[in-house]
Design a protein around this ligand. Structure first.
Ligand SMILES: [Zn+2]
Length: 165
């Protein structure tokens, strides 16, 4: 696969992840979406949105939900060489799960300076205690992802405080 094809594939996969993020927002969840695909065939194996509120499950981040779905679909607890595409930089919990799942590559959209753990905070994959490091590509369709999050929190703040004159 050529470099330019891989780039296009990242965008196409991120567009699917953004759809999941929008669906999450419609459920009142923070808009983050993830897909897992087989990079050799382009087959999408799992798609999930963020869902801790609806699931009463603090671990129900989009990445975790997609990892569970893919592992069930494949009947394997390891997702070696698969690619996870997520709209927001993964947190420490999800970075840990990505490493345990042995995903080959992580593609994320917007950076998350407050809660991210890949290029911010604990930088999980860079730690000597991390024993499986995926390849990482950040910033794919970052502006779309960030705008989705900004719009969601803007609307929520509006609801919480009521309209201002
Ligand atoms: Zn997470």
């Amino acid at each position: 696969m050529s470099r330019s094809n891989a780039f296009l594939d990242d965008h196409a996969a991120m567009a699917l992840a953004l759809d999941e993020a929008r669906a999450a927002a419609a459920r009142g969840e923070t808009p983050v979406g993830a897909v897992i695909l087989d990079p050799t065939t382009g087959t999408v194996i799992a798609k999930a949105g963020n869902g801790p509120i609806g699931a009463h499950d603090p671990t129900a981040h989009a990445e975790i939900a997609a990892i569970r779905q893919a592992a069930q679909a494949l009947g394997n607890y390891r997702l070696t060489d698969l690619t996870l595409v997520v709209t927001l930089e993964p947190c420490a919990m999800c970075a840990g799960a990505i490493s345990h799942a042995r995903l080959g590559r992580v593609v994320f959209g917007a950076e998350d300076p407050k809660g991210g753990a890949v290029i911010h905070g604990p930088k999980f994959f860079d730690q000597p205690t991390c024993h499986w490091r995926p390849a990482v590509t950040g910033g794919v369709m970052a502006e779309e992802s960030a705008e989705l999050l900004r719009g969601f929190f803007r609307a929520r703040r509006g609801k919480a405080t009521g309209p201002r004159p």
